[in-house]
Design a protein around this ligand. Structure first.
Ligand SMILES: Nc1ncnc2c1ncn2[C@@H]1O[C@H](COP(=O)(O)OP(=O)(O)O)[C@@H](O)[C@H]1O
Ligand SMILES: [Mg+2]
Length: 263
């Protein structure tokens, strides 16, 4: 019998360190929101290269926003090249964003409900043409304009900045960018290149998230040290903690600093 696919819901409990970190991150963003006349609603999540935890973090913060902060949240999988949000949330892949941009599906067809009542998702869908031909920048902007009034928060899981073009296009339409780097994995040269590419959008960068940062933290950071561990066995490999975003102005600097052994 085929084993059911594990999803982010399997490891989602309020005591888990990765959920705690996601809460801190959203708390930081929410605090900033309170001071702004037009708080950001549409965030995109990206990183320099692939496999740095963009989708995992995007899914996780969407779940936390919906479940804990009780915001009406939408997560969109805009990584048509290596889509994964449908697997992370246990959803069917199509129809989704590709079909919406191609005009072959309606919002009702492309939008899924999830195990969290306040969280909806638009998975990637399956492009019928090449991704370069499917990603339609004007259609994307129009879709986002139509979706904005319906949600409190929208998180868009994007492809990596360095190899492909779409994140730079999507960045024009969102309110804020969250940039992920993987501790011990993302190379400094890649981060430099990402900073160059994103330079015109620097004011929109809301924060940089250092994924898998626990190796750099002292042992007493681990909640198990305090005996707080939930008695239930872990069902999935633990997703280690993303770090809270640094203050604006330091946006993409921290991962680079860390790579140099400086953070
Ligand atoms: N902090 C982490 N600890 C352990 N595994 C992680 C962590 N972040 C991501 N992963 C794993 O790394 C792989 C790539 O993550 P993913 O979120 O798909 O990256 P991306 O979207 O940037 O390509 C996945 O198998 C994911 O489960
Ligand atoms: Mg991904």
């Amino acid at each position: 019998m085929k084993r059911p696919q594990r999803t982010l819901f399997d490891s989602f409990n309020l005591d888990a360190p990765h959920v705690t970190e996601a809460r801190r991150l959203l708390q930081t963003l929410a605090r900033r929101e309170r001071d702004e006349a037009h708080p950001p609603k549409a965030y995109m999540i990206t990183s320099a290269g692939r496999g740095e935890g963009k989708s995992t973090i995007c899914g996780l913060i969407s779940m936390v926003a919906a479940r804990i902060f009780r915001r009406k949240t939408l997560v969109i999988d805009a990584d048509l090249r290596r889509p994964s949000m449908h697997s992370l949330l246990g959803l069917t892949q199509r129809p989704g964003l590709a079909e919406l941009m191609e005009g072959s599906a309606s919002f009702e067809e492309a939008t899924r409900s999830t195990l969290i009542g306040t969280l909806s998702a638009i998975p990637s869908g399956r492009p019928t043409k090449s991704v370069g031909d499917t990603y339609d920048d004007i259609a994307f902007r129009e879709l986002l304009d139509q979706l904005r009034p319906q949600y409190d928060l929208i998180f868009i899981d994007c492809p990596p900045v360095v190899p492909v073009m779409e994140p730079l296009l999507i960045a024009e339409h969102v309110d804020a960018l969250l940039v992920v780097a993987m501790a011990g994995a993302t190379q400094v040269t890649m981060i430099r290149r990402m900073r160059q590419i994103l330079a015109p959008l620097e004011p929109k960068i809301a924060g940089a998230i250092l994924n898998n940062a626990t190796d750099g933290l002292p042992y007493y950071y681990d909640y198990r040290y305090y005996g707080y561990e939930s008695p239930k066995p872990k069902r999935v490999r633990e997703i280690r903690t993303p770090a809270v975003p640094p203050p604006p102005g330091d946006a993409a600097a921290r991962p680079a600093a860390r790579e140099r052994g400086g953070a």
